[in-house]
Design a protein. Structure first.
Length: 145
């Protein structure tokens, strides 16, 4: 499981020129499930994401988590993260989880974030999406579980 985490001032996702999810200040998550990822990795990722202290405190230090700043989350499925850049110039996505299984994991991921009290907007799994964001910092991390 791989997640690109971006601290954003705002972000949105559109499908067929219609905005289907938008947030103000918070986290833009690009989420990839790979073959073999289980619920343990999923829950570990949520624990890490919700406790990441990447928001500024009153002194300008990254010391606050998303809950402390009442930030929102925009979650976007992103299977292309499964390619590691090796093996030539044409990406291969054979490490990606099968779409039907990944769809269920993605739904569980978003539901679990909501169950923990976070506002979560999301993209449309399997759709061609346009993602717009204003990265805050920029602050971007790549997490691998």
């Amino acid at each position: 499981m791989k997640i690109v985490v971006q601290r954003v001032q705002e972000a949105s996702v559109s499908v067929e020129n219609e905005v289907i999810g938008a947030i103000g200040s918070g986290l833009l998550l690009l989420v990839c499930f790979e073959a073999g990822d289980d619920d343990t990795a999923l829950l570990k990722s949520i624990d890490k994401l919700t406790k990441l202290r990447i928001f500024d405190d009153a002194e300008g230090k990254m010391n606050l988590d998303i809950g402390a700043v009442k930030g929102e989350i925009l979650s976007v499925s992103q299977f292309t993260l499964s390619w590691d850049g090796t093996g030539g110039h044409r990406p291969s996505f054979e490490k990606s989880m099968a779409p039907q299984e990944a769809r269920l994991k993605y739904a569980l991921f978003n539901r679990e974030l909501r169950n923990r009290g976070f506002t979560v907007k999301e993209g449309k799994f399997g759709a061609f999406m346009k993602v717009a964001s204003i990265n805050d910092g920029p602050v971007t991390f790549i997490l691998d579980f």
